[in-house]
Each structure stands twice: as structure tokens, then as C-alpha cells.
Ligand binder design. Structure first.
Ligand SMILES: *Cc1c(COP(=O)(O)O)cnc(C)c1O
Length: 369
């Protein structure tokens, strides 16, 4: 696949991981349902063809070697498991709740020590990394869509002995390549945009160093956090259309973010594509797009936010994100706990922008009356 180096990432997403172009060979790697293989290899330990094709494709995009896991959180747990006992981890004060739980519970049990920091504050983050073994970043972050300065943080830590792991799920390998910026682990919940159809759970981590790759593979075998063959097959199929889905979804997301900014029922709109957003300049510097996730604050409060979720007809009121169908869900802000819980997170899919806008406008206006 060395030929892919010169190709645009959207082409790589379509071409990588297909196997040799031999006469009679299938265009897609076939779905192989087998736990054991002639000659002694066993799927949990050595891997299976369906995962390998998916890993080859993500690795080609992420710029390293990928290891896939049963879920995004399985992938995150595996990264933490590669650390020695007592390792000092710096993690985000805000971000995906199960990741923060993973770090906090490992700290509570004495497995690691944990310092939480606002990772959108570069100075504070670098200061907290004194003597750290691993910095965990999530960017863009859930649910506030904040951008950590991946380029500056990774550059500043390059000469220090601090590993950097980036949960890049909201960006996908098409919009952001953490390893090229200097990170050590690029992690994705492939359940979300990569799979793209809300029909599977999968996670993947890409590294560039053999010893990290070997550790991840060992932890996967030891934890048994192995992906399913069907899930891997579907995720690779999802990856093939990611360039098209993401391109359309982020154009719609920007349009909706602009219109929502002017809506009387809406307070702050969090979307890095808006020029006034705190993450805008950062995203422009090292991302190839602003993504399809946004969140909005509703000053009228939590009950109003709930009623908006119940009022939509084109958006689906459901958890998760990154699918072809647009989702809306109320999230806690994770900042001051006394703040009214009035944040709605929107995952933009492939529906027509006019239908999505009319749906939101209707729910926001009708409920406000
Ligand atoms: C969903 C999500 C995860 C966890 O992924 P699962 O596949 O649900 O285990 C981790 N990080 C982010 C940013 C997510 O959105």
C-alpha cells in the first residue's frame, strides 16, 4: 500500500485494505468467520482477516499501524493498560464521560495517578505534564466541541518523556492526524463516524512505534477486547463512504451552526467552524475540516431542552453520534454543576439541510411559545 502515500486521504479511505488485484480475487476482503486457522494461529492472539483489512485501511489513513478493539472504550482501556503500575496520567477535566470514568476508577484503585486539567488551556496542560507518563487528550471534545492545541502541545512534549494519546473520534482520520503532529496514540471510536450507520461497536488505535503496537496487541489478547468479524467488515464498508458522508455532513453542520447562532431561543453555539468560536483558529491550523458535531446552549433551561428533543421529527432523539441519521441529545455541561442542564448535542448526518433546519426551528420555536 506504499502507493497510497501520494494519494489524497479520501482516495486512501476507498482503496486501502483491499488485498491484491489478482484475477478472480474479490474486490472486497471476504467476511471470514473463523476463530482458528490451519498452521496454529488463533484469532484472539494473532488476529483475523476481517480485522486486518480494517486495520490496514485505518493505519494507512492515520499514518501508522492500527489495532482494532471491541469498542472505543475497549481501545482506550487498552492504551491505559500498556502503562506501568503507578504511571502518572494527565487527563481532561471535560470530555467523554466513560473515558473520564476509566481514568478516575484506575486512579481510585491505585493503578495510576491522575491529574485532571482543562486541556483547552495549553499552558495549564503543559504545566500538569511535569513528570507525567501519559497525557490523554480528546479533541474535538465531547460535548463542548473544544479544540486542544494538538500541534503546540505535542511539539512542547516531544523532548520530554511524556506519551500523548488523542481520542480523535470526532475528527476521524480524515480531518486530523494526531501521529503526524507528534502524538503517540491516535484513538477512534469506530462506532461513530467510521462505521457511520449506528449498527456496530468498534474501536481502533494507531501508533508508529513497534513496541507500542506490540503492547496494544498483547493487551487486546489478554483483555479479550477483540473486535467481531462482522463488525470489522461493516466498519470497513462504512469507511469507504466516510469521505462523502463527512463532506456533506460538515457543510450542513456549518450552515446549521450559523443559522442557530441567530435563533432567538439559542444561546451559545459551540462549533469550531464559526469564526468566533474559541477553537476556530486552532482547527484551521491543523485540521482539514470542522467536523459534523455541534452543541447549543438553551438559556430557557433543561425542561425546554427536553421538550425540544421530544419535538423534533427529522432529527432522532437518541444517544451516540456519527451516523448517517442526524441525532440530538441533551448532555450535561461538565462544567459548574449548578449550571442549568441546557446543552443539546447535535450529530449531523446526511439529510437535506433545509429539512434539518426546519425541524430544529420548528421544535425551538413551537416549544418556546
Ligand atoms: C463514543 C465515544 C467513545 C467510546 O466509544 P464506544 O465505541 O462507545 O466504546 C470514546 N470517545 C468518544 C469521543 C466517543 O464519542
Amino acid at each position: 500500500m506504499n502507493d497510497d502515500v501520494a494519494l489524497h486521504p479520501s482516495t486512501v479511505a476507498i482503496h486501502a485494505g483491499r488485498g491484491p488485484r489478482a484475477p478472480g480475487a474479490p474486490l472486497n476482503p471476504p467476511l471470514t468467520l473463523a476463530s482458528s486457522f490451519h498452521g496454529g494461529s488463533y484469532a484472539r492472539e494473532q488476529g483475523a482477516p476481517a480485522w486486518e483489512a480494517f486495520e490496514e485501511a485505518v493505519g494507512a489513513l492515520d499514518g501508522g499501524r492500527s489495532v482494532s478493539f471491541a469498542s472505543g472504550i475497549g481501545a482506550s482501556t487498552a492504551i491505559i493498560e500498556t502503562l506501568p503500575a503507578g504511571a502518572k496520567v494527565v487527563g481532561p477535566a471535560a470530555g467523554y464521560a466513560w473515558t473520564r470514568g476509566l481514568l478516575r476508577e484506575r486512579a481510585d484503585s491505585g493503578r495510576i495517578t491522575l491529574t485532571s486539567v482543562d486541556t483547552s488551556d495549553t499552558e495549564a496542560t503543559l504545566e500538569a505534564c511535569e513528570d507525567a507518563d501519559l497525557l490523554w487528550l480528546e479533541s474535538p471534545s465531547n460535548p463542548m466541541i473544544e479544540i486542544a492545541e494538538l500541534d503546540r502541545i505535542c511539539a512542547a512534549l516531544r523532548d520530554r518523556d511524556v506519551l500523548v494519546a488523542v481520542d480523535s473520534s470526532f475528527a476521524t482520520p480524515l480531518l486530523q492526524r494526531p501521529l503526524a503532529l507528534g502524538a503517540d496514540f491516535s484513538m477512534h471510536s469506530a462506532t461513530k463516524f467510521i462505521g457511520g450507520h449506528s449498527d456496530l461497536l468498534l474501536g481502533v488505535v494507531t501508533t508508529r512505534e513497534d513496541h507500542l503496537d506490540a503492547k496494544l496487541r498483547h493487551v487486546r489478547a489478554q483483555l479479550g477486547a477483540t473486535p467481531g468479524a462482522i463488525e470489522s467488515y461493516l466498519a470497513l464498508r462504512g469507511l469507504r463512504t466516510l469521505p462523502l458522508r463527512l463532506d456533506a455532513a460538515q457543510r450542513t453542520a456549518l450552515e446549521l451552526a450559523e443559522r442557530l447562532s441567530a435563533h432567538p431561543a439559542v444561546g451559545k453555539v459551540h462549533y469550531p467552524g464559526l469564526p468566533g468560536d474559541p477553537g476556530h483558529e486552532r482547527a484551521r491550523r491543523f485540521m482539514d475540516g470542522f467536523g459534523a458535531m455541534l452543541s447549543i446552549e438553551l438559556p430557557a433551561g433543561a425542561d425546554f431542552a427536553e421538550s425540544v428533543c421530544r419535538g423534533v421529527r427529522v432529527f432522532t432523539h437518541a444517544k451516540s453520534l456519527g451516523g448517517i441519521e442526524s441525532l440530538i441529545d441533551r448532555r450535561a455541561r461538565y462544567t459548574g454543576s449548578s449550571a442549568p442542564e441546557s446543552l443539546l448535542r447535535l450529530s449531523i448526518g446526511g439529510e437535506h439541510v433545509t429539512d434539518l433546519w426546519n425541524d430544529l426551528d420548528n421544535a425551538l420555536t413551537k416549544e418556546a411559545e
